[in-house]
Design a protein around this ligand. Structure first.
Ligand code: GLU
Length: 368
């Protein structure tokens, strides 16, 4: 497969694709696993967002299809292990390990939870695992639910800093009208912006049978992704090797353009939406290093002002009290105070553990 110009992909697979009859669709999962292995050989990182727990659990427990939350939650609890076993078995022949993450809306809305999930996904990808993510349906209450895996996958794309989100569906993209009813309906290959006119095209008619998403939730997901600097492809999951065919352009899809890059969107979030809660004072050497694009290391820190928790946004001020940058601290204020002046291995000696050498990593920092 030709290397796509994308670095990190999130692929959303709906229940209708993942399940077949009473169980998982092993042929479909095997095809996706082959695609995943080929993409990874090309250096692309892949995260899967897989539905299917509720459908599998319902068959296993012989529960009727019902919209009741407790019934869905019970079904998800029984089905999720089956789903993961199936992914584990599909990926194993390629030497790949499936790693489960069950998220709730809280994980993408709360800053600390967001950073935790982000760090876990990064560590899994670095270790060569394939994160297989679903919503934590069994415990999420109505207010805590994302509710559908289209939106969940967009939030995963945002927190993983992905540059491409692929929503595999039972239809090969967006049409000017419902193609099953209107012979004049034409396929839309490219959407530059999700205007109200485009949103209106989704209607409510094109819903999938088993899952909860339809074209509308897909466009809403694409909107979240676009704002996070991530392009979305909506395409069909039918047939062999659907990812390879979509990425090569052999299979058609609707591509929804991103606004900027994931890194820019993330930094705009830090710069614009978070009120800083404390400050780190640094010496002139550290200030110069930040200007050159370095992370903030404790060796250059002279004092810690105020109280802040891990993940909070803090101001980084120089010897003259001028704010040089702001960013998300990897340590809380008390830890940061104990780390002042520490170099590399000293951090672990002083704290008894280390979350990395940087107090504030350059990826989590914006210069003023
Ligand atoms: N998380 C649910 C499941 O695994 C499905 C939600 C959805 O498909 O949108 O069954």
């Amino acid at each position: 497969m030709a290397a796509p110009p994308f670095r990190r992909l999130v692929v959303k697979l709906g229940s209708a694709l993942v399940t077949s009859g009473e169980g998982t669709d092993t042929a479909f999962l095997a095809g996706i696993a082959e695609d995943v292995a080929a993409l990874r050989r090309d250096g692309t990182e892949i995260i899967l967002v897989s539905s299917g727990a509720v459908a599998l659990g319902r068959s296993l427990l012989a529960l009727p299809r019902s919209a009741r939350l407790d019934s869905k939650q019970a079904a998800a609890a029984a089905g999720q292990p089956l789903l993961m076993q199936a992914w584990g078995r599909a990926l194993a022949p390629h030497g790949l390990v499936a790693a489960q993450l069950l998220l709730t809306a809280h994980d993408s809305e709360d800053r600390r939870a967001f950073l935790n999930a982000r760090a876990t996904i990064a560590a899994l990808l670095k270790a060569g695992a394939v994160p297989v993510i679903n919503e934590n349906d069994s415990t999420a209450t109505a207010e805590l639910r994302v509710g559908d895996n289209d939106r969940l996958s967009a939030r995963v794309a945002q927190l993983a800093g992905a540059d491409l989100l692929i929503l595999l569906s039972d239809i090969d993209g967006l049409y000017t009208a419902d193609p099953s009813r209107d012979p004049e309906a034409s396929h839309i290959p490219h959407v530059a912006a999700l205007t109200p006119d485009i949103m209106a095209l989704a209607g409510d008619a094109l819903t999938e049978g088993l899952g909860t998403g339809g074209m509308r939730t897909k466009l809403e997901a694409a909107r979240i992704a676009a704002a996070a600097g991530c392009t979305t492809l909506i395409g069909s999951g039918a047939g062999e090797r659907p990812l390879a065919r979509l990425l090569s352009g052999e299979a058609r899809s609707t591509r929804i353009a991103a606004e900027g890059s994931p890194a820019r969107a993330y930094k705009a979030w830090i710069a614009g939406t978070l009120g800083p809660v404390g400050a780190v004072r640094i010496d002139s050497g550290a200030a110069a290093a930040l200007r050159r694009g370095s992370s903030l290391l404790p060796a250059g820190v002279t004092a810690i002002d105020g109280r802040f928790a891990r993940g909070d946004c803090v101001r980084i001020v120089d010897e003259n009290g001028i704010e040089q940058a702001r960013g998300l601290s990897r340590y809380d204020a008390e830890e940061a105070a104990r780390m002042i002046g520490a170099k590399g291995a000293d951090i672990e000696a002083r704290l008894g553990y280390s979350r990395g050498d940087a107090l504030i990593h350059r990826d989590d920092m914006v210069l003023r």
